[in-house]
Each structure stands twice: as structure tokens, then as C-alpha cells.
Design a protein around this ligand. Structure first.
Ligand code: PEP
Ligand code: MN
Length: 339
């Protein structure tokens, strides 16, 4: 159950509400975010919600039986739209493309990527400065030095930055240089990291775990929301299956289901989703028809020389064609009124 509180609810009214919840064996968890004040009440007993809905200081009350509550569409029918400023928005009615290399590699590479993105009207640049790698001997990113170089150039070009944060301890130093924190698949259920990102007023793109279920992804997002941050988007990036003809099994079903279950924007990552350059475009386009609210993809000046994930990275020439098709496919979806 989600109880939306009036902004100016008095402490005594809150106390009365908690007493009422106790009397019906419900535990009331207080959640205060950038946008609202809530009590998420968890319990088993069925009761008439009007007995709470009519109490003083209560704005609204909703029954949400899902294990995840605040990220559920059952109480918030209107989809979340995240405003990054400068007219860059993410969520229903907008269709952002985020593109850039898997890893930030050098000042020259940043400049070349920015030129490519600006030429193509792309407003959000991706890139990793802290890289989760299977091998400890692989390139693990330029860290804060790389992020600062990137920030200087991105800001001058009017681009937003999305980059992965791997540890709680990195958040504070990164926050001034980042527009969207990415939580990678390997950290999708790092609950301490999710708790900490809930306390930051910065959008978070939360990726689905390598073998994560849809419910687990939604409950992971609930950690962020319940700690105070409503600016969350979810990302389908494929899950591990028995198939080895491709890197991951990109789950379009999940996008369609997520759109029904949550009000949060859903971003598709076809690059990691299939892991093979020649199929990134068809998977991207399919994900749009499946309901995605945006696409994040890997591009590089010379994909074969990329420090990481070159095999799934598009060249600028290829990517330019793909952006165009992505935009046309989104328009077609709007025309079809698929979602
Ligand atoms: C990435 O975006 O480069 C990345 C490491 O993604 P994922 O966490 O989905 O593997
Ligand atoms: Mn990558």
C-alpha cells in the first residue's frame, strides 16, 4: 500500500497514521523523495482503504500488491519523465539516443566522439571510466582523470554524460561531472550501491542483472526510489542463456512487460544485448517496436581498435545510418499507436 502524504502534514497527523497502521498490523516505511512524501505500508490483512484515505494529511492511498511498490504503475499511472535540463528529457513522449564508446580512452577519442554526436543531433554521450571487466588484466578505465577530461569537452559541446559507477565510494567524487549514473549489470543487485544512489539527486540508469528477472530489476529500482530518488530509468541489456551464437539473449518481452508494470522509462541496449556489431541495428529497431523509451549504444571512431567491446561497437558511418532508422522507427511506432 502506498500512502501519499500532503506536503505540510503535521507530525501529530503522521503519528496517528502510524498508530492506525500498527492497529492493523501494517509496517509503515516513510519515504521522502525530490518529488513527494510517502508511507509505504507493508502487511497482509485486507481492510477498507477509505479508513486511512480519509485521515488528515493524506493526499491519496493506493493498494499495490506487487513486491515492488513505488516503481509500480498500479499507483502512478502517469509515466515518469526525467528532465536533464537544456530540453533533454527521458520518458514517454521523448526518445533519446545515448551513444559513445564502451570505454573513455583518450582526449582525442572524446573529441572525435563529441563531433560525431553533435553532427547527428545526439544529446547524451555514454562511456565508461570505471569498467567492470571479466579479466583483471583488461583495460579497467581512466577513472576520475578521464571523467574530468570528458566533462570539460562535453560541457563545452552541450552534451550530457552517462557513465557507470561501481562503488558507493565513487559517487561523491563523480556526482559533479555526471548527468546520469549508470549501474551496470554486474551491480544490478548491489543493494548498498542502490541505497546510496537513492540519496543522490541525479538520474540513475539501472541495468538488468546478467541473470536477473524482471521482478528483481523492479525491486532493485525500488531500493533507489525508497531511499529518496525518483529519477530512475531501467535498461534491458540482455540476459545470459545457454545460447552461445551471440553474447546475450536480448529480451524484448521484458521491455513490453516492464512498460506495463512500471511508470519508469525503459532504455534498450542492443550493443550488449546481442554483442555483435552487424545485428545491433535490427535489435535496436525491434526494441523500439517492443516499447523502449530510448536506446543506448556503443560507437567508436575505429571499433576494431576500441579498448573494450569493439566487436559490438558501430563505426560512425554505420551509427549515423542507425540513428536515422531509430528515429524513423520511433515515428512509425507513434503512428501505429503500439503502446
Ligand atoms: C557497459 O555499458 O559498457 C557495460 C559494462 O554494460 P553492462 O553492465 O550491461 O555489461
Ligand atoms: Mn561495453
Amino acid at each position: 500500500m502506498i500512502i501519499q502524504l500532503e506536503k505540510n502534514i503535521a507530525a501529530s497527523q503522521k503519528e496517528k497514521l502510524q498508530e492506525k497502521l500498527q492497529s492493523i498490523n501494517y509496517e509503515g516505511n516513510e519515504v521522502n523523495t525530490q518529488f513527494g512524501n510517502y508511507i509505504v505500508a507493508v502487511g497482509k490483512k485486507d481492510f477498507d482503504i477509505r479508513s486511512i484515505g480519509t485521515m488528515e494529511g493524506i493526499k491519496d492511498i493506493h493498494k499495490v500488491s506487487d513486491p515492488y511498490k513505488l516503481v509500480s504503475k498500479k499507483w502512478k499511472v502517469k509515466d515518469t519523465v526525467i528532465d536533464l535540463g537544456d530540453d533533454v528529457k527521458i520518458g514517454t513522449g521523448h526518445f533519446p539516443i545515448m551513444a559513445g564508446p564502451c570505454s573513455i580512452e583518450s582526449e582525442e577519442q572524446i573529441e572525435s566522439t563529441i563531433n560525431h554526436l553533435v553532427e547527428n543531433g545526439i544529446k547524451i554521450m555514454r562511456g565508461g571510466v570505471y569498467k567492470p571487466r571479466s579479466s583483471p588484466y583488461a583495460f579497467r578505465g581512466l577513472g576520475m582523470d578521464g571523467l574530468k577530461l570528458w566533462y570539460e569537452q562535453a560541457k563545452a559541446a552541450g552534451l550530457k554524460i552517462i557513465t557507470e559507477v561501481m562503488m558507493v565510494e565513487q559517487i561523491e567524487a563523480m556526482a559533479d561531472y555526471v548527468d546520469i549514473f549508470q549501474v551496470g549489470a554486474r551491480n544490478s543487485q548491489n543493494f548498498n550501491l542502490l541505497d546510496a544512489l537513492g540519496e543522490v539527486d541525479k538520474p540513475v540508469l539501472l541495468k538488468r542483472g546478467i541473470s536477473g528477472t524482471i521482478d528483481e530489476l523492479l525491486q532493485a529500482a525500488e531500493y533507489i526510489f525508497s531511499n529518496g530518488n525518483e529519477k530512475i530509468m531501467l535498461c534491458e541489456r540482455g540476459i545470459r542463456s545457454y545460447e552461445n551464437a551471440y553474447r546475450n539473449c536480448f529480451d524484448i518481452n521484458a521491455i513490453a512487460i516492464l512498460k506495463e508494470k512500471t511508470h519508469l522509462p525503459i532504455i534498450s541496449d542492443p550493443s550488449h544485448g546481442i554483442g555483435l556489431r552487424q545485428f545491433v541495428e535490427p535489435v535496436a529497431l525491434a526494441s523500439i517496436m517492443g516499447g523502449a523509451d530510448g536506446v543506448i549504444m556503443e560507437v567508436h571512431q575505429s571499433p576494431e581498435k576500441a579498448f573494450s567491446d569493439g566487436q559490438q561497437t558501430l563505426s560512425y558511418k554505420q551509427a549515423t545510418k542507425t540513428y536515422e532508422k531509430i528515429r524513423r522507427t520511433y515515428k512509425l511506432r507513434e503512428e501505429f499507436k503500439l503502446i
